[in-house]
Design a protein. Structure first.
Length: 216
């Protein structure tokens, strides 16, 4: 991070890299490069084009299908002013470890360990440079039920200048609370057919025979 540059409010502590996305204005289709998931991506494209976005999304599907990648692509389209890893209006938590309530709650018992601001504190601020604030919580099931209840309070208060994205591998009530599910627009991701994976690999310069083997 350049000298004198303050970290973005939603940035991870000590983060100088992170998930960047494409340079602003460099990609016409924000979801270019994501194989398959036509129904899910068309749903998001349509809402982007119309400007009728949900205040909260729940991306549902098995691990490794590209849910977080699609969420970041949507975030990049909503926040074109800068790379996500430097954008003051973007907050993300995609760690594997359980998510502490102090990373979520407006007034945590102690300062968040991983972020400059908790999620609710970040969302409470006005957008710094864009028209909205955008947040991604990957694998929301990392939160305990009572902590998901704290997150629910934010989901129950739609705001025109913020978009919250959650991901989950399952809608099982032991993974994500039904009340959380009900407050989000669901976007479903399914395994991508091998021919589509093969086609994308070839487009990225992989030999056709090797692409076929990798896609199987």
């Amino acid at each position: 991070m350049a000298a004198g540059t303050r970290p973005a409010p939603g940035a991870r502590k000590g983060d100088q890299g992170g998930q960047g996305g494409s340079p602003p204005g460099s990609v016409t289709d924000p979801f270019e490069g994501i194989a398959g998931h036509n129904q899910a991506l068309d749903q998001l494209r349509s809402q982007l084009e119309s400007g009728r976005l949900a205040h909260a999304y729940l991306f549902v599907g098995e691990a490794g299908l590209g849910k977080a990648m699609a969420a970041r692509a949507l975030a990049t389209a909503l926040l074109p002013e800068a790379h996500l890893n430097r954008h003051p209006d973007y907050w993300e938590d995609d760690r594997i470890k359980p998510l502490s309530i102090n990373e979520i709650r407006l007034l945590p018992d102690k300062p968040p360990e991983f972020h400059e601001l908790s999620l609710q504190a970040f969302l409470n601020l006005k957008p710094a440079v864009g028209s909205r604030r955008v947040a991604l919580v990957a694998n929301v099931g990392r939160l305990r039920d009572q902590d998901q209840g704290v997150l629910l309070k934010t989901l129950e208060e739609p705001h025109p200048h913020r978009v919250i994205m959650l991901t989950t591998p399952s809608l099982n009530p032991f993974v994500v609370l039904p009340t959380v599910v009900s407050r989000c627009q669901r976007v479903f991701f399914h395994p991508v057919p091998a021919p589509e994976i093969e086609k994308l690999l070839v487009l990225h310069g992989v030999d056709a025979a090797r692409a076929r083997l990798l896609a199987e």
